[in-house]
Ligand binder design. Structure first.
Ligand code: KG4
Ligand code: ZN
Length: 337
């Protein structure tokens, strides 16, 4: 059989993503975002997001098909994010996938958004090695996982805020727009990362993370400066340095502890320029091969879902049962429903 055509549908948060892959080749990655509607609320309002998905779905599917030069009838399988995420948003994607599956008589795979953030790298850097450490850093999750032939082993996770959540909250403290990650990344370019010595949560203490103390430290620091002048770029750069320092140190430690010498970094925060540079530098020093998808594949998109779907099809995995649910929580070790 020639390489399967897989369409991936992503609606877990505020991006409507439709990706189309043929084998490992990315053919289309159409995206519609409700982020500008969300920005005035300073965060994602679930009801606004689900309505936006509903409006964007059909035009985004049409755009993806046009980009790929394919018709829906050419599709061999459908993959959709089944969780974790906002349940009303997920439902729009899952209902669309099931409708397409029924109309086209094709299998449907309800997949884990977090696994998709790791597997998407196959579209850019080719098949993943059999064993790899994944550092997953998004708006809702921060995890270290070991992906091996037996499945996925969770190694560590955040005990409080996710890394992206910390970026979004600190951006608000600095009067920077939502989403905070790209805004802090840009603002930090003019700042001194060593200006303020912000705490590194749980540094040297295992593979779990903590970012709420860092967020509070930024708030305290800003409060203490009241009346004085604050170099916002220095605060942004010093905060970003603290996050990138802990994430990269623990990712390399996970490789050392498990003896696995390949590391993949995925999720929206993997788009961060300082994190990318520091992980690459430290991996090089530790003899670890690091793979980070280009920024456009790190933040939520449909291609990542299609990439994971294609991998499941190749592995001969059975599709999800017809009644598979959309759920706000999904264990990081569970790839497919
Ligand atoms: O993976 P993602 O697009 O959505 C979720 O699954 O949550 O991640 C979104 C998160 C947001 O918190 C956003 O601020 C952060 O990723 N982010 C960044 C950057 N781009 C997006 N954080 C730091 N630096 C960036 N350049
Ligand atoms: Zn995500």
């Amino acid at each position: 059989m020639s390489a399967p055509v897989v369409v991936g549908i992503e609606t877990s948060c505020d991006e409507t993503g439709i990706g189309i892959v043929v084998g490992n080749e990315l053919r289309a990655n159409a995206l519609a975002s409700s982020v500008t509607e969300q920005a005035r609320f300073g965060g994602v309002v679930p009801e606004v997001a689900s309505r936006a998905h509903l409006e964007a779905m059909t035009p985004t599917i049409e755009r993806a098909c046009a980009e790929a030069g394919l018709h829906l009838s050419d599709v061999d399988a459908i993959a959709v994010t089944a969780g974790p995420g906002l349940v009303g948003s997920l439902l729009v994607g899952v209902a669309t996938a099931k409708a397409l599956g029924a109309a086209l008589d094709r299998p449907v795979y309800g997949v884990n958004h977090l696994a998709a953030h790791v597997v998407v790298d196959e579209l850019e850097h080719g098949p993943l090695p059999e064993s790899v450490i994944g550092l997953l850093v998004s708006g809702g999750h921060t995890s270290l996982i070991a992906v091996g032939p037996q499945g996925i082993d969770p190694l560590g996770q955040t005990l409080d805020d996710a890394a992206g959540e910390a970026f979004d909250k600190v951006a608000r403290l600095l009067d920077l727009p939502f989403p905070g990650g790209p805004a802090i990344d840009a603002c930090a370019r003019d700042g001194d990362p060593n200006a303020i010595d912000f705490p590194r949560g749980l540094a040297g203490a295992g593979l779990d993370f903590s970012f709420s103390g860092l967020k509070t430290a930024v708030l305290r620091w800003l409060t203490a400066q009241q009346g004085g002048s604050v170099r916002r770029a220095d605060v942004a750069a010093s905060f970003q340095e603290a996050v990138a320092d802990v994430l990269s140190a623990k990712a390399i430690e996970a490789c050392r502890a498990t003896g696995v010498d390949h590391l993949v970094v995925g999720g929206g925060v993997a788009a961060n320029s300082r994190l990318r540079a520091l992980v690459t530098e430290r991996a090089g020093a530790a003899g670890v091969h690091v793979r980070i998808p280009r920024p456009g594949l790190c933040t939520d998109n449909g291609a990542m879902v299609a990439a994971l779907g294609a991998r499941l099809v190749r592995a001969g995995q059975p599709p999800s049962p017809a009644a598979f649910p959309a759920t706000s929580t999904m264990d990081v070790a569970q790839t497919v429903r």
